[in-house]
Design a protein around this ligand. Structure first.
Ligand SMILES: NC(=O)c1ccc[n+]([C@@H]2O[C@H](COP(=O)([O-])OP(=O)(O)OC[C@H]3O[C@@H](n4cnc5c(N)ncnc54)[C@H](O)[C@@H]3O)[C@@H](O)[C@H]2O)c1
Length: 361
């Protein structure tokens, strides 16, 4: 099998989908790797390292797409990449199709066998390829929030940790899954007051026990949300309904009650966002003001730490790539139920139940 690795082109993206180490292992199993020149540069991996690992370096993205049976990426293909995809090609990457109809239509038209990282499930039922990036985005969300809360960056001038004799800043986190729990960890570490809301009692129990009273946990009822949001210096959206567009949990009337200069980081923006006033931003222009509140909604936050993110992502995808190489696509999809749950499109049909609902067949 020839596996193609194009350079990522989403604004500010720094990750690459494979490390030289994984290349070496895959090539030892008899596969070929074709990688676009300088694809790993921003993550700190040089062409020489890939060459030493046995990969073939090519000068353009088109050459990668033309020669590979399987395209391994990080982010979803952008419009300018649509034409590069070959009919019947396999694609393994983050897709987030519930929030991206144009891409879904393109994959159907081109009969792409599309496996979405975010829908692959482990035997225990979690999402092993979403988890590391959610953890990174969760941890980043608090440091990003702290940055934009600074006066010179447009914020209210609040120091999240406070000092003795002044109140600490308040961080309100909606969603206590992977990203929410990691945001909570950093916010507690900074000395902020932390409130976490979720609809899943087990998630709240876990945080309550782990932080022994340092974190306030609340069920995400509209009353609790209203009260918590209005008092937040930093509001973090970290909600997910797997395979679906994010539910709009925080309405615009709640945002209108926040103090001027407060900050929102909606991590869930890749699934459409869980805050009504949110729209996607980019690393080039990451924030905008609405109702005097700063909104940050970058869908590829882990690109801020490309080295860490590439290592974490490649570590997570490596066993799946190796399984694909050893058994071939069709056999893996038949035998590995968790992996096959990641299958979104095949032979011009939406096969994932949520995608079938959105795209029909
Ligand atoms: N912006 C980025 O760069 C970036 C990076 C990684 C992940 N993400 C996204 O972050 C989002 C969260 O991912 P995750 O891995 O933390 O998900 P997760 O499944 O681990 O956690 C989601 C949580 O949301 C809760 N939830 C669902 N509906 C809710 C509601 N109505 N009210 C309150 N809570 C609710 C769930 O109970 C769960 O605890 C996803 O959309 C993911 O794709 C974004």
């Amino acid at each position: 099998m020839i596996i193609g690795i194009p350079k990522e082109i989403k604004t500010g993206e720094t990750r690459v989908s494979i490390t030289p180490d994984t290349c070496r292992q895959v090539i030892a199993l008899g596969s070929e790797i074709v990688i676009e020149k300088r694809a790993g540069e921003k993550a700190g991996f040089s062409d020489t390292e890939y060459k030493k690992a046995g990969a073939r370096i090519v000068s353009t993205a088109q050459k990668v797409y033309d020669s590979a049976a399987l395209i391994l990426k990080v982010k979803e293909p952008l419009e300018e990449e649509f034409t590069r995809l070959k009919d019947g090609q396999a694609l393994f990457t983050y897709l987030h199709l519930a929030a991206n109809r144009n891409l879904g239509k393109c994959l159907l038209q081109k009969n792409i066998l599309a496996i979405a990282y975010e829908n692959v499930e482990s035997r225990e039922g979690g999402f092993p390829l979403l988890k590391p990036m959610s953890q990174i985005a969760g941890r980043l969300s608090v440091q990003i929030g702290a940055h934009f809360l600074q006066s010179q960056n447009g914020g209210a001038g609040v120091l999240l940790g406070g000092i003795p004799g002044t109140r600490a800043g308040r961080v309100v986190i909606v969603g206590a899954g992977n990203s929410g729990a990691h945001a909570c960890r950093i916010a507690v570490g900074m000395g902020a007051e932390v409130i976490v809301l979720d609809i899943d009692e087990k998630k709240l129990n876990y945080l309550d026990e782990r932080y022994e009273g340092k974190v306030v946990t609340l069920m995400a009822t509209s009353g609790n949300l209203q009260e918590a949001v209005s008092s937040a210096d930093l509001l973090i959206g970290a909600v997910l309904v797997p395979g679906a567009k994010a539910p709009r949990v925080v309405g615009k009337e709640m945002i209108a009650t926040m103090r001027p200069g407060s900050v929102i980081v909606d991590i869930a923006v890749d699934q459409g966002g869980c805050i009504e006033t949110i729209h996607p931003t980019s690393h080039r222009q990451p924030v905008y003001k609405k109702s005097k509140v700063l909104h940050y909604a970058v869908p590829n936050m882990p690109a801020l730490v490309g080295r860490t993110s590439t290592l974490a992502l490649a570590q997570a995808t490596e066993p799946y790539v190796i399984e694909l190489v050893k058994k071939g696509l069709s056999k893996v999809m038949e035998e590995d139920e968790g992996f096959s749950r990641g299958l979104n499109m095949r032979d011009g049909r939406a096969v994932h139940p949520q995608m079938a609902r959105i795209f029909g067949n």
